[in-house]
Design a binder for this molecule. Structure first.
Ligand code: AMP
Ligand code: MG
Length: 373
């Protein structure tokens, strides 16, 4: 056990651990408990864990990710008994939402307990807490015996990791271990709701929708203004992370959506026409182009560009199955980077339920470069 631990804690050769290997999972838990870093799968995306109560571990997370230190971390717990030590009080709303959605892809912001250092909360008096559903994540947190601060396990600004390979791409040699649990199920990060003020406010959309929160709370959930408007200097987002460029591929990206919001055959026809026009223009300038489309539109692009080396086609899946689109999105963005794409023409999705969370990530990836057709 000891030699194995030493080996795993050697950051120059980040150990990759299978979730099925109970002994090694115990080693990863020990790394966390002793102030080191370990990445692990959750049902949303992979997280980069460190002891949430240790300011040095929090600082190490920021350093490994290259993340600005005013962008707070989410604290992960494995059971309800682990909540009181990290928050000053549990609001009634949090109790209700925890009963309905924990364990699961919901992060709640509450007033922080003194024990949580400002390094973990990015200097805020509030703390973000989530109880993930993923069995290996919960097991790791429980074994470590500490609350685990874990932002997404990517280099800051890059698309979030949904496989252990993505984590390795960004963090190999910088952390103690990567727990490999295969592809993350949902594929987009947790919903974040702020419960520290008078009203519940949605800060980041995810698989738990605003409507689902409202049904449980029996009241309206406000939307953070930064969600609907591209950020300008006059807006101070409640979730500090919102002000940073996020989920971004290296390529420049343009996102097209139907002006009426309806993804009918006509709407998709207008999108393919616009994206092909843009792609042709870029190709004529000698750029390598990526096209992110759907199962419905892939044949159109295959017909137009099939066999071309300078065009990378990727379908996210059918518009009828938004879970697949969410699951594939970050992988496809990373694939575009890996293939040296310089310009991405992307098709939007219907902004309902999970689709709203998907579009939130796609717009950020596109740097808000959205055209209505
Ligand atoms: P990530 O862990 O990479 O998914 O990012 C965590 C997100 O949670 C960031 O966008 C943070 O800004 C947000 N967050 C964490 N703690 C707080 C907090 N106390 N108040 C508001 N937002 C938070
Ligand atoms: Mg992140």
């Amino acid at each position: 056990m000891e030699t194995l631990l030493l080996e795993l804690a050697d950051y120059k050769k980040t150990g990759i651990i299978s979730t099925a290997d109970a002994e090694k999972l115990g080693c990863a838990a020990k790394i966390l408990r002793e102030g080191g870093l370990a990445a692990f799968p959750t049902e949303t995306v992979y997280g980069l864990g460190g002891n949430a109560l240790d300011q040095h571990a929090a600082a190490a997370i920021y350093a490994a990710k290259g993340r600005p230190s005013d962008n707070p971390l989410i604290v992960h717990i494995s059971c309800m008994a682990e909540l009181p030590p990290v928050v000053e009080e549990i609001p009634v709303r949090a109790q209700k939402l925890a009963e309905a959605f924990w364990p699961g892809p919901l992060t709640m912001i509450m007033k922080k307990a003194k024990a949580v250092p400002y390094e973990t909360t990015g200097g805020l008096d509030t703390v973000a807490v989530r109880m993930p559903e993923h069995a290996a994540a919960r097991q790791l947190i429980a074994l470590s015996g500490i609350p685990v601060a874990a932002p997404s396990a990517n280099t800051s600004g890059r698309p979030s990791p949904t496989t252990a390979e993505h984590v390795a791409e960004d963090l190999m040699g910088k952390i103690g271990a990567i727990v490999d649990g295969g592809p993350a199920g949902i594929g987009v990060e947790s919903t974040i709701v702020d419960l520290s003020g008078k009203k519940a406010v949605l800060l980041r959309p995810g698989a738990i929708t605003r409507e689902m929160l409202e049904t449980v709370l029996g009241e309206q959930v406000e939307m953070d203004p930064a969600l609907e408007r591209p950020l300008d200097a006059s807006i101070h987002p409640k979730a500090p992370g919102m002000k940073y460029r996020h989920y971004a591929p290296k390529a420049q990206m343009m996102l097209a959506e139907p002006a009426d919001g309806i993804y009918s055959a006509e709407g998709l026809g207008r999108i393919t026409e616009r994206l092909c026009r843009e792609a042709d223009e870029r190709l004529s300038r000698g750029q390598r182009v990526g096209i992110i489309c759907s199962g419905e539109t892939l044949p159109v692009y295959e017909k137009a560009y099939g066999g071309r080396e300078d065009v990378i086609l990727a379908s996210l899946g059918s518009h009828e199955k938004e879970e697949n689109i969410a699951h594939n999105l970050f992988s496809v963005l990373r694939e575009m980077d890996a293939r040296g794409v310089e310009f991405i023409a992307a098709e939007g999705v219907r902004k309902e339920a999970l689709g709203y969370a998907i579009m939130n990530r796609m717009k950020k990836a596109a740097g808000q470069n959205v055209v209505l057709v």
